[in-house]
Design a protein around this ligand. Structure first.
Ligand code: UT7
Length: 318
């Protein structure tokens, strides 16, 4: 029986910064309101011309180095993103070219803020099925490109960044279980309306009914946490770390409370980069692995909720 295990992590945040003080000059808001309501202090913004695949490349190289692998060792490249460089080729194919390799399958996966969990689950299946030994799984976004900086109700949230993991075949799990869900009935609460098939490429900014999304997110994450623990027959107290999607500190606190976990065991990085959608879980994971908080053998729960709606969780032994 083969399983998948995370053998390397990487992360990258572009140099440009957008602080709460900067936002105070752009919209009717305050640093205090933003930090109290979201937990965010600063976001990173990609430079003009810097694309999602550029950010993904930095994170991928770090993850490959951490795993002791070369790009040529990869059997598959998966990029979760809502902000691809272009309509096609996929950002994964563009990343593959930048990594200087060819031949292995490379494709994008779109599940908005849950994208990384969906991509991790997909990679896990290919490894368990015996088709791949090493898969590069990336979450990368340039959300600043689809942010309406006149809408104070949501522009305070979003930032750019990329995170990556290498998932490798292993005799022991690794990825213990993944749980994915979607409900397409709530488009109006969270969407970017524009698209080529609708023949509308002008309306490409995020629209969100923040309060309603917040409520659904908290309830849904409660359920996915229960589902994951029950499926594996484990109790909350067995978890070492919660590595949540970094959407809003109050959503994260609600999930931690549900798990009876002290915030000391929750990885929170959103203060330094905001909500980076598909990039946020691998970015947080990378930070906590590199600073030594998350150690080999520890049990972590990741969870995410986002546009679609989509939601998912993964239970992982590091
Ligand atoms: O990533 C996955 C999906 N997304 C999420 O999970 C995000 C979920 N939603 C949220 O994080 C929160 O709803 C927000 C941070 C977006 C908004 O926080 P909120 O506490 O839900 O605020 P609200 O929209 O209910 O607005 C409360 C008040 C309103 O004023 P009134 O009507 O009470 O007078 C807003 O006009 O705060 C006002 N407000 C602001 N004030 C200062 C809204 N945005 C701002 C702002 N600065 N930037």
């Amino acid at each position: 029986m083969s399983f998948s295990r995370i053998t390397g992590t990487g992360g990258y945040l572009p140099e440009g910064l957008l602080t709460n003080a900067d936002l105070e000059k752009m919209i009717d808001t305050t640093d205090e309101w933003i930090f109290d309501r979201t937990g965010i202090r600063v976001r990173h913004i990609a430079a003009p011309g810097e694309t999602t695949s550029d950010l993904a490349l930095h994170a991928s190289r770090q993850a490959l180095d951490a795993a002791g692998l070369r790009a040529a060792d990869l059997d598959m490249i998966l990029v979760a993103t809502t902000t691809p460089d272009q309509i096609f080729p996929s950002t994964a194919c563009l990343l593959q070219a930048k990594l200087g390799v060819g031949g292995c399958p490379a494709f994008d996966l779109q599940a908005v803020c849950s994208g990384f969990v969906f991509a991790l689950a997909t990679a896990d299946q290919f490894i368990r099925g015996g088709q791949c030994r090493h898969v590069l799984v990336v979450g990368a976004e340039t959300l600043s490109r689809i942010t309406d900086y006149t809408d104070r109700g949501n522009c305070i949230l979003w930032g750019d960044g990329a995170g990556a993991v290498i998932l490798s075949r292993s005799d022991e799990p690794g990825v213990i279980s993944t749980h994915l869900h979607a409900d397409g009935a709530h488009r109006a609460l969270l969407e970017v309306p524009g698209g080529v098939s609708r023949n509308d490429v002008a309306d490409t900014k995020i629209r969100m009914e923040g309060r309603a999304v917040f409520r659904v997110a908290v309830n849904t994450l409660d359920q996915i946490v229960d589902e994951t623990l029950a499926h594996n027959g484990i109790s909350k107290s067995e978890l070492d770390w919660l590595v949540p999607h970094q959407a809003n500190i109050r959503i994260i606190q609600a999930t931690a409370k549900k798990l009876a976990m002290s915030m000391d065991h929750v990885v929170v990085t959103m203060d330094t980069h905001g909500n980076t959608s598909a990039a946020s879980i691998p970015l947080a994971l990378d930070v906590a692995v590199r600073d030594g908080r998350i150690k080999p053998g520890e049990l972590i729960l990741t969870e995410a909720f986002g546009g679609g709606f989509t939601w998912g969780a993964a239970l992982i032994r590091m």
